[in-house]
Design a protein around this ligand. Structure first.
Ligand code: 5AD
Ligand code: SF4
Length: 474
């Protein structure tokens, strides 16, 4: 048993990061353990977690399990969890109640918890004492060890907890079962060293570790060969890519090299304004296959709050960067993340945030009420706001954000845009996909168009999506 430790999770040393490129192998004793058995996996949180789930699926299939979307018929149920806010916690514990119920009638079901919550000392303490029926718990640093952890739990018939609070290594060659045939997630780095005062990620995901450029480029080249049209380069803070490699090779170099692979569409998330330099802007503007879409978290528009958050930029610097991006990249769309009701946020501070929204008129924004996370500095800061005040601020912010989202979308009415049709739409008989600027479009098109990048004429606009039809040149 290895339990997470908050103190150790904070540690950052100068130790070199180990890159482990051994071939991935499931032990022979586990190769057929899942024969005629099914797995069900539920994923919470960000794209990083979604991609981890793609790895976990491949590992389970290497053990002969097959996937089911019906939890009731599963032999193994895994919850890949998110720790970013309290409601992610609550959702997962709520769901765990349903699993418990199922396990009462089918005691042989294996239940596992992994992901960011598994890295939290306070959560694992709870699982150990109050959820003794959970069979396995493993963290973000050792998901590739799943076959060994499962074997141990089956042999010992007891709860197996294997979580490491370490800075972390980089594992190449973990197998992957991708959800889509057209677009793929590609990790370019793991972890984060920014330690914004509200954020749990540096503790749950470890030290910033960039993958080697050649490993990333090889992965994208293989995706091109396999017929993929789009890659999203993933990291908690992609603009800092390469800083830890000491190769004098940065995110702008990587973007340029990935663009040269010829993949049709490149996206990247998430950016931190601090590391967003002119070189990057130039490269994005230069290559048509780097999509004109940037997610640039603001978090707050008040300089006082930004300082308390440890964000390392001012409102004015953010707006300058925003304008530079707008001016340099034609047709760019910019979205953001905003937290309201951070400890110490006065009406005036909140108005500063509204001010920046009015200045930048974001294409869209994810908005959140501050949620204290155990172990982070902000969790200890005094917060005098009532629940009503917090909710009122969120409501007011959302109204403004939605107004600009609709206005931005209205600019698309009647326009011809390019869309990668990636799936069936919820609307009958339609397909759906995203524009280069990341606008969701429902397109009237036969299923033969699935997987194609097509010209679409926009016929109707909503706040969060648009409708369109295939545009045929005459
Ligand atoms: N409370 C509320 N929102 C948070 N985020 C990160 N940590 C917290 C927290 N403790 C938001 C930030 C981040 C997004 C992924 O989640 O806005 O950019
Ligand atoms: Fe992703 Fe962060 Fe949530 Fe972990 S805590 S799943 S890294 S959003």
């Amino acid at each position: 048993m290895n339990l997470p430790n908050l103190k150790e999770a904070k540690v950052r040393t100068n130790k070199d990061i180990k890159i482990i490129s051994d071939d991935y192998k499931v032990p022979s004793s586990m190769k057929t353990i899942g024969k005629n058995k099914k797995y069900y996996i539920k994923t919470y949180g960000c794209q990083m977690n979604v991609h981890d789930t793609e790895n976990i699926k491949a590992i389970l299939e290497d053990m002969s399990f097959t996937e089911t979307l019906d939890m009731e018929s599963a032999d193994i149920i895994l919850l890949n969890t998110c720790a970013i806010r309290e409601n992610a916690h609550n959702k997962m514990f709520g769901f765990l109640g349903r699993v418990k119920h199922l396990k009462e009638s089918k005691p042989d079901i294996i239940c596992g918890i992994c992901g960011c919550m598994a890295q939290e000392e306070s959560v694992v303490d709870d699982i150990k004492s109050k959820y003794k029926w959970v069979d396995i718990v493993f963290g973000t640093h050792n998901l590739h060890k799943l076959p060994f952890i499962l074997e141990e739990s089956l042999n010992e018939k007891k709860q197996e907890i294997e979580v490491f609070s370490i800075e972390g290594d980089v594992y190449e060659n973990i197998p992957v079962k991708r959800d889509s045939k057209y677009k793929a997630w590609v990790n370019i780095m793991y972890g984060c060293d920014k330690f914004c005062t509200y954020c749990i990620v540096p503790y749950t995901r470890g030290k910033q570790r960039s993958r080697r450029p050649l490993d990333i480029i090889k992965e994208v080249e293989n995706l091109v060969k396999d017929g993929y049209s789009e890659v999203t380069l993933l990291g908690q803070n992609v603009n800092a890519y390469g800083k830890d490699l000491k190769l004098n090779y940065t995110m702008s170099n990587l973007l340029e090299d990935v663009a040269k692979t010829g993949i049709k569409r490149i996206r990247f998330v998430t950016s931190h304004p601090w590391d967003f330099n002119d070189e990057m802007i130039k490269v994005i503007a230069k290559y048509p296959n780097i999509m004109p879409y940037i997610h640039l978290p603001l978090q707050s528009g008040s300089n006082k709050i930004l300082k308390l958050m440890g964000r390392r930029y001012t409102k004015e610097e953010y707006i300058d960067l925003f304008n530079k991006i707008r001016m340099s990249i034609p047709n760019v769309s910019i979205t953001t993340d905003i937290i309201v009701a951070f400890p110490g946020e006065t009406d005036e501070d909140f108005n500063d945030t509204l001010d920046v929204v009015n200045t930048c008129k974001f294409d869209s924004a994810f908005t959140f009420i501050f949620s204290p996370r155990v172990g982070t500095p902000a969790a200890k800061m005094k917060n005098d706001l009532t629940e009503k005040e917090k909710n009122d601020r969120l409501y007011k912010l959302n109204e403004l954000v939605n107004k600009y989202a609709l206005l931005k979308n209205q600019e698309y009415l009647g326009k011809i845009v390019s869309v990668l049709l990636e799936d069936f739409s919820e609307k009958d008989g339609n397909l759906m996909g995203y524009t280069d600027t990341m606008k969701l479009v429902n397109v009237k098109a036969p299923k033969e168009y699935l997987g194609k990048i097509v010209d679409v004429k926009i016929t109707d606009i909503k706040t969060w999506s648009m409708d369109g039809e295939i545009y045929e040149k005459v």
